[in-house]
Design a protein around this ligand. Structure first.
Ligand code: ADP
Ligand code: MG
Length: 562
């Protein structure tokens, strides 16, 4: 069958153009991406053969091989993993399924300069396409385990690619790059040099759990070269703490998260005793595009005795910590565990509780030890973490402790509840807050007047999630939380109250006629018209009963047609 020609999807084409004209200066990472894909393919094959006895696959010597040809200037990364079918090749390599891509490309267009673009690429990661930073032609040959026919895919990254069937392809995938000419100016090195390759593999892929083999150097002229394994394959979480460098942690993080930037914080845990496990968790330094999308992947990778079992293990992390990445390696689980079994497993439940506590205490330490890191963390993930206030009652106080809020006390910075309580005035019994769309809107709200006049601090909550959690958190440190736009807010001392009471009664009589008239005029649109003690400047304001929905929620319900 002759080769068919396909066109790249528009987004894919744009991305490829960027790779060809590569604005990303760290070109070495293409090799990391190819090795990472091979490693994933080997994991998948091993899992599939575990689940499906009838799969006709060769699993006798699973590995990754790198072959360089200095004369032809080609570099090949080969694996004998799961491989891809014809349709998978077209689907996975010809299009970009990631929903964040369009947004990413738009942001990239708007990026002011090369550094800004580079940062964006760093955050996004471009996987397989990064080959085009160093190659002017890429050939992928693959055969899916269990299938007879293989597929060859080829492209120079311009607008099209070709696909054809191949009868004698070995199981797995090989990717061959025809390298662009060497150019040290442009950071294009001689990627056929065994030294260069070895250096890159050691730097980025040492922890990969499959052997990465190369022709052994040192073979004499004319002698058949043997092979050697370049990576140590040592699981970082199983090595002693001080033998692992920050850079090694960083590379593992990038491998499992598909993020190209360094993590904000690394967390190590070791549990001994009846249920032994090791965990290596990471807090990313920025939120991914799809953090608030329904199908956002969450959870960490699960290993059993160093063997990869599954990605995105939901049973190990609650949704409000869905941004946490990492690895948990358990000693006593069956290799055959399924997601359903995990959800009900008591030991898994215990692990999860400890992991959650550890993450929360790490954030707490970050706040006292490195406030700048904490600020970044809060800016990126605070909105997600606050979901825990109504999802996880066991840890509610711990979450409240590490949360920060805008407040009338400080125009720019955020405050914690703890320091709010410390600033509370004589006689103030409650923690006052207001929810709304923006700081400016709340500050000019009539509800704020009496509080400003009295010098009471009010928390200003603008995230949509704030509307939800305030309903399920009654207090902090024994101090009730009180919305300033709900019900009667009592701002006065006993003495003041008596005076006010007398004054009020007099006013009530003076204005009785007006109030009756207004109630009649407004009819069903309001429940009641009453004199207020909360205003100092504005003539009137609308308040809701303590149990009524807030104006913002009311708008939300109305927008949803309820
Ligand atoms: P990602 O790895 O983040 O999914 P890539 O661009 O690196 O993105 O790869 C796209 C997809 O192509 C992979 O998810 C995988 O399904 C498929 N793929 C790439 N390389 C291989 C390989 N060596 N073996 C099998 N499938 C592969
Ligand atoms: Mg990849």
């Amino acid at each position: 069958m002759p080769a068919e020609t396909f066109e790249f999807q528009v987004e894919a084409r744009q991305l490829l153009q960027m790779m060809i004209h590569s604005i990303y200066s760290n070109k070495d990472v293409f090799l990391r991406e190819l090795i990472s894909n091979s490693s994933d393919a080997l994991d998948k094959l091993r899992l599939e053969t575990l689940r499906d006895d009838s799969l006709q696959a060769d699993t006798s010597d699973l590995h990754i091989a790198i072959e360089a040809d200095q004369e032809k200037r080609t570099l090949t990364v080969r694996d004998n993993g799961i491989g891809m079918s014809h349709d998978e090749v077209v689907q996975l390599i010809g299009t970009i399924a990631n929903s964040g891509t369009a947004k990413f490309l738009q942001e990239l267009k708007d990026a002011k300069d090369a550094t800004a673009s580079e940062e964006l690429i760093g955050q996004f990661g471009v996987g397989f396409y990064s080959s085009f930073m160093v190659a002017d032609e890429v050939t992928l040959l693959t055969r899916r385990a269990g299938e007879d026919t293989g597929t060859r895919w080829q492209s120079s990254g311009e607008g099209t690619y070709t696909v054809e069937s191949v009868e004698d392809a070995p199981q797995g995938t090989s990717v061959t790059l025809r390298l662009k000419p060497e150019d040290t100016e442009d950071k294009l090195f001689d990627y056929t040099s065994p030294w260069k390759i070895r250096e890159i593999v050691k730097r980025y892929s040492d922890f990969i759990t499959w052997p990465i083999r190369m022709a052994a150097t040192g073979a004499e002229e004319g002698e058949e070269p043997g092979t050697e394994t370049v990576n140590s394959m040592k699981a970082l979480w199983a090595r002693s703490k001080d033998s692992v460098t920050d850079e090694e942690y960083s590379e593992l993080y990038k491998h499992i998260s598909h993020d190209w930037t360094d993590p904000l914080e690394t967390i190590r845990m070791q549990a001994e005793g009846t249920f032994e496990y090791q965990a290596l968790l990471f807090l990313p330094s920025h939120a991914p595009q799809d953090l608030f999308m329904q199908d956002h992947k969450r959870g960490v990778q699960l290993y059993v005795k160093r063997v990869f079992i599954m990605d995105d293990c939901e049973a190990l992390m609650p949704t409000y910590l869905r941004f946490v990445k990492g690895v948990v390696d358990a000693q006593d689980l069956s290799l055959n565990v399924s997601r359903e079994i995990l959800q009900q497993d008591r030991q898994i439940e215990m692990m999860r509780r400890r992991l959650v506590k550890k993450v929360l205490s790490t954030v707490k330490d970050m706040r006292s030890g490195s406030p700048e890191k904490y600020d970044t963390f809060w800016k990126e993930f605070g909105r997600v973490l606050k979901e825990g206030l109504f999802q996880d009652f066991e840890n509610r106080d711990a979450i409240l402790e590490i949360s920060s809020f805008a407040s009338t006390q400080d125009e720019e910075g955020l405050t914690t509840l703890r320091s709010y309580v410390e600033r509370m005035k004589e006689g103030q019994e409650q923690i006052y807050y207001m929810t709304g769309e923006s700081r400016a809107a709340m500050e000019s709200s009539p509800h704020m007047e009496a509080f400003r006049a009295k010098g009471f601090e009010v928390l200003l909550l603008t995230d949509p999630v704030d509307e939800v959690w305030v309903q399920s958190v009654p207090e902090f440190d024994g101090k009730p939380l009180q919305s300033i736009s709900k019900g009667e807010v009592d701002l006065d001392t006993d003495e003041e109250k008596k005076e006010v009471e007398a004054e009020r009664e007099k006013q009530q009589q003076d204005y009785a006629g007006l109030l009756t008239w207004m109630t009649e005029q407004l009819g069903d649109t309001v429940k009641e018209v009453r004199l207020s003690s909360r205003l100092t400047v504005s003539p009137a304001c609308i308040v809701s009963d303590t149990h009524d929905v807030t104006p913002a929620l009311e708008n939300m319900y109305r927008a949803m047609g309820q």
